[in-house]
Design a protein around this ligand. Structure first.
Ligand SMILES: Cc1cc2nc3c(=O)[nH]c(=O)nc-3n(C[C@H](O)[C@H](O)[C@H](O)COP(=O)(O)OP(=O)(O)OC[C@H]3O[C@@H](n4cnc5c(N)ncnc54)[C@H](O)[C@@H]3O)c2cc1C
Length: 361
C-alpha cells in the first residue's frame, strides 16, 4: 500500500494549491478527473477586487486579489494584468459607489463613473495547471476509513493526513459544514468589432479580452442541482456584456459551466474537522448557546472549501493559511471550522443529540 504524509482529495484550485504549499512533504493530490476540471476548469479566473464598504469580508477578498496576482506572476503563470474598471450596476449602485469611495483600501482611479484598479487581472486555468505541478493521481475516492492511526483510502492508499478539497461534492458527511452548490456559466468568443480592449470590465458580469478572445462571465443560479451548460445563459451573458461595451456579432467558441461551492456565511472554511459527536457529548450545553469548553478534532483530517465565486484568489489565501496552520501552528482566525460548528450546534445540535438518543441537559 502506498503511503503519504498528506493526501489532498479534490484537484480544483483549492486542492491543487494546498498540495503545492505542502510539496516539501510526501504529498499526493487525487481527483476523479484532471486537476482543475470541476468548477475550477469552468472559471473565467478573473482576479477583480471587490468594491464595497470596509468589512472583514471585503478586506479578505481584496488582500487575496493583491497576493494571488503576485503569486501567479512570480510562478510564471501568464497573468493578464491590464487592470479592471468596475462600474455601478444601476442608479442605486451609483449612490452606493459614492459612499464606498472612502472605504477602498486598494490603489484606484475614478473613471467613467466607476473605479479603475490596476491590479485587476485574468489568468487561465489551463496555464495555472501547466505551471503548478504536484504529485497527482487520477482516481475516484469512494471510501476513507481510519485504521491504526492512519487513513486508508479505498484500501489502496495509506495517509497520515487527509485534506478534503472536494468543492460542492463530499466524501464525508460532516453535519455542521453545509456547502451549497451555485451553478454558473461563462463564455469565450470573438466579436466583429473587438480586437483588443484597454482594460477588463466588471458590471453585471465580468468582461476580459486576451489575444483578441473575449471572455464573459458568469451567471449565478442557486438551487439548481441539475443545471448544465446552455445557450440561454450564454445569450444572457452577451446581453449583460453589451451594457458595458458595444459587442457586434459575437460568435461563441466555448461555453463552460460548473458549481461553485459556497459556505453559509460566504467565508471559506479551512482547518481541522471537529469530532461532532465527541464534542457535543462532552459538553451538551453547547446546544443551548454556551461556548464549548473544549473542541475535539479528528486527528489528521482537514478541509479547504467554500471558495465561492473567487476561487482563484481565495484558494491562494486559504491554502497558504492551511499550510501555516498545519506546519507552523498559526491561527486560521475567521476561516476556521469552529464558527460553523458553533452556529450549527445552536441551531441543530439538540435535534442531532436526540437522534443519538441523548438529552441536551
Ligand atoms: C462559471 C464559473 C465562473 C467562475 N469565475 C471565476 C472567476 O472569474 N474568478 C474566480 O476566482 N473564481 C471563479 N469561479 C469560482 C471558482 O471556479 C471556484 O471558487 C473554485 O473553482 C472552487 O475550487 P474548488 O477547488 O473548491 O472546487 P472544484 O474546482 O469544484 O474542485 C473540486 C474537485 O474535487 C473533485 N472531487 C470531488 N469528489 C471527489 C471524489 N470523491 N474523488 C476524487 N475527486 C473528487 C472534483 O472532481 C473536482 O475537481 C467561477 C466558477 C464558475 C462555475
Amino acid at each position: 500500500m502506498r503511503f503519504y504524509d498528506f493526501v489532498v482529495v479534490g484537484g480544483g484550485i483549492a486542492g491543487l494549491l494546498s498540495a503545492w504549499f505542502l510539496r516539501d512533504f510526501n504529498t499526493l493530490l487525487i481527483d476523479k478527473k484532471e486537476p482543475l476540471s470541476g468548477a475550477s476548469g469552468a472559471a473565467g479566473a478573473f482576479l477583480f477586487p471587490k468594491v464595497g464598504f470596509d468589512s472583514l469580508y471585503t478586506r479578505f477578498i481584496n488582500e487575496g486579489i493583491l497576493k494571488s496576482v503576485e503569486f501567479y506572476k512570480n510562478l510564471g503563470v501568464r497573468t493578464n494584468t491590464k487592470g479592471v474598471l468596475i462600474l455601478p450596476r444601476d442608479e442605486k449602485d451609483i449612490e452606493k459607489f459614492k459612499l464606498y469611495e472612502k472605504d477602498i483600501k486598494l490603489p484606484f482611479k475614478k473613471m467613467d463613473g466607476g473605479f479603475f484598479f490596476e491590479v485587476g487581472s485574468v489568468v487561465n486555468p489551463d496555464d495555472v495547471k501547466k505551471v503548478i505541478k504536484v504529485n497527482f493521481l487520477q482516481k475516484y475516492v469512494k471510501k476513507i476509513v481510519r485504521k491504526d492511526n492512519f487513513w486508508i483510502i479505498d484500501n489502496e492508499i495509506k495517509a497520515k493526513n487527509i485534506i478534503l478539497a472536494t468543492g460542492y461534492e463530499s466524501v464525508f458527511d460532516i453535519p455542521y459544514i453545509n456547502i451549497r452548490p451555485i451553478w454558473g456559466e461563462r463564455i469565450e468568443g470573438k466579436a466583429d468589432n473587438i480586437t483588443s480592449l484597454p482594460y477588463h470590465f466588471h458590471k453585471n458580469c465580468s468582461v476580459g479580452e486576451i489575444d483578441g478572445i473575449v471572455k464573459i462571465g458568469a451567471t449565478h443560479k442557486r438551487n439548481c442541482e441539475w443545471c448544465k451548460e446552455n445557450f440561454e445563459e450564454a445569450y444572457e451573458l452577451i446581453s449583460k456584456a453589451n451594457e458595458i461595451i458595444d459587442i457586434k456579432n459575437f460568435v461563441i467558441f466555448d461555453i463552460k459551466g460548473g458549481f461553485r461551492a459556497a459556505s453559509v456565511d460566504y467565508f471559506p472554511v479551512v482547518g481541522k474537522i471537529i469530532d461532532t459527536d465527541f464534542t457535543l457529548l462532552s459538553d451538551r450545553h453547547i446546544v443551548k448557546g454556551d461556548m464549548p469548553k473544549e473542541i475535539f478534532f479528528i486527528e489528521g483530517l482537514y478541509i479547504i472549501n467554500g471558495m465561492g465565486g473567487r476561487g482563484f484568489s481565495n484558494a491562494y489565501m486559504c491554502a497558504k493559511a492551511l499550510r501555516d496552520y498545519i506546519i507552523e501552528g498559526k491561527s486560521l482566525e475567521f476561516l476556521d471550522t469552529e464558527r460553523l460548528f458553533i452556529k450549527w450546534a445552536r441551531k441543530k445540535g439538540e435535534e442531532y443529540l436526540r437522534r443519538l438518543n441523548v438529552k441536551s441537559r
